[in-house]
Design a protein around this ligand. Sequence first.
Ligand code: C2E
Ligand code: MG
Ligand code: MG
Length: 562
Amino acid sequence: MDDNEINREILKELLRDDYDIKEAADGNEAYEILKRKYRKLTSILLDLVMPNCDGFQFLAKIKDNPIFFSIPVIVLTGSFDKNQEERCLELGAVDFLIKPYNPAIMKARLHNVIRMREMTASLDVIEIDEQTGLYTKQAFLHHAKILLESNPHDSYDVVISDIENFKLVNSIYGEEKGNEVIKRLADFTYEYCQNGISGRYGGDQMISIYKSPAHKAMIESKSVIQAFKNSVPVHGLVIKFGVYEHVDRKIPIAQICDRALMALKSIKHNYSRMVAKYNGPVSQHQLMAQTFETKFSEAIRNKEFVVWFQPKYDPYTEKVVGAEALVRWKTSDGMISPGDFLDVFESDGLIEQLDEYVFRLVCEHQKKWKERGREIMPISVNLSRRSLYASDVVARYKQIAADCDIEPEYVPIEITESTAIASVRIKPIADAFYEAGFHLHMDDFGSGRSSLNGLNVLHFDVVKLDKGLIDCIGDKNGDMILTYTMALGKELGLHLVAEGVENEKQLSFLKENGCDVIQGYYFSKPLPVEAFEQKVKDNLETERHCCGSKKKYALVPVAQDI
Ligand code: C2E
Ligand code: MG
Ligand code: MG
């Protein structure tokens, strides 16, 4: 940093073989470079007398910024002046060089200063995440704060990405491949963040802060995401993004990142959405909770909650053998999916009422079909963790089924894998459901910590293989894990239902491995009641025409002695 061009040329000539050099003619120009390149700068050579912003002013300016201040400054002077030296040292300069330079001494001093910094600046080591080469979470928060402070007039967006069901990637493909996926995601994040900063926020979550709206090019372009997926040696990878646009710089940086994270969490397990934006001054979750909670009782009164039915098929006869009841919220603004409101209801207990309401609706539909002389088939309902642990749950459900004159085996209960194996409290409840004649289906099996043996002890009749496992069909390890899981499930006397089956290839694989029942878009999406009734009717008619006899229902469990 020197206003004299010739001096700069001389320095460049001396140092260019060993270093990359950035030059500036005054303190202001240098400060701009510093803001952009501070990660790469190892040392600053500073002339004292310059127009606009001189060496002293520059030193004063960087003094309060811990990152800028950690870059060693060597002062270049024409003469030795004790007062000047004292002032510079006070302001943080580390060494002096007197013009004209002796090349050997100059190089040695510079080298020493840089080495010393590298030895003491362990900061850098803990700043960088070894596996990905990105900033660690702490370092990211720190640098993002500096970035915002040093660019007060620009608008920034924060983006967090996450791989859905990453645990599954690790268990199917092994840790090495899992690490490779993380590294690729980190590289991808870095590539698209040239004008910003990126870091590893945790496990498989990468975070970046960009000038608005630079992120759009990345996450809103399907081809970019596809290119990323193609570069990863893993099938069916689902990557999600949470975006907080035009961040509010008045709130702490950690809270800024939380908002992006909150947006991300709002679409977890929602197959249809890949990007969610934070919207609102109050936290998104709170906001949703407030409006949903106040609207809940009204919605129940107005019968806004409806059930749709997703048919389940026998893959060998291609006949409907049952269905799953899936709740939908029909509001004046349109249909809301369960993924968007169940979490809120789960956290405040309203879910118990909702689950019971859905269960009753299903029993009432069954009653209606039975009264019309139709053959009824099992329609499973989902039970949340909260509902499962509510007192008298079994007695209440048993009573509802009895009121509708429906045998409990025609309304099987789906419990998600994580709920089922998370607690020892589940055993007496599962026993009670079993004793009351209900059948238990383990939902989303393979999406978390899976244990088939646990299922056996817990009286489960059916295991539903999660869509994540089905998506891995076609991959060597994915095929292998599914084959073993299915064989073990059969050995334990469990019926196997595959969910999220979308194509022919998955169907053939599942058939070859003896899967009992298929649920998924390949055969049918969830349907409103009338469409479901029609589908069953058509199905029975074709069956009468082609097969002559009625197929035995495939979901009745085999007896188990435990
Ligand atoms: P789940 O029980 O695992 O239900 C399967 C979900 O996967 C459904 O989403 C269904 O529409 C979707 N799906 C089925 N086949 C395919 C396919 O081939 N491709 C794709 N991409 N998706 C498929 P939905 O209806 O949004 O439900 C989401 C989750 O909400 C359910 O997951 C279940 O855990 C929960 N849920 C739904 N209704 C209720 C309810 O009444 N009570 C409780 N506690 N939870 C419910
Ligand atoms: Mg389910
Ligand atoms: Mg499921």
